[in-house]
Design a protein around this ligand. Sequence first.
Ligand code: 4NP
Length: 151
Amino acid sequence: MKILFVCIGNICRSPIAEGVMQDLCKAQNLYWAIDSAGTHHYHIGEAPHTDSQKVCKKNGIDISKQKARQFTKIDFDKFDIIYALATDVYKNIEAISVNKAQMKKVKLLLDELYPNQNKSVKDPWYGNYSDYEDVFEEINLACQAILKKHA
Ligand code: 4NP
């Protein structure tokens, strides 16, 4: 299984998803390919936000080595499932796609917890540390649901 998590900047939400999913796979001895990207270029090359790093570290996950990268068309070929962390991200990915087959791989992450409710993991960029804790909890539950479904 090859899974890509996508948000806007690839520095707050999707790095947490990458770290959590990799951690869950490791615990289950699953050799899945897990990556993350952002639909915007603002933070290319940067490490995850300090609060994303902090909440992961508190949960025993080191995401400090991650580097932000931008989502590209090639990602449609490289991954089996592409999870958009929010509805605006989904629309951004749709705008980059060139055919319907590509969009068949793209799902809203929170559909794994709340099917057909069109829910987004809230952007914590202008928030405080407790927002990052909420984001972590939600992403953690969604990743566990993914594991249960596909492992
Ligand atoms: P992310 O959060 O999409 O979870 O990485 C954001 C990070 C940066 C910006 C927006 C969202 N920004 O506008 O720079």
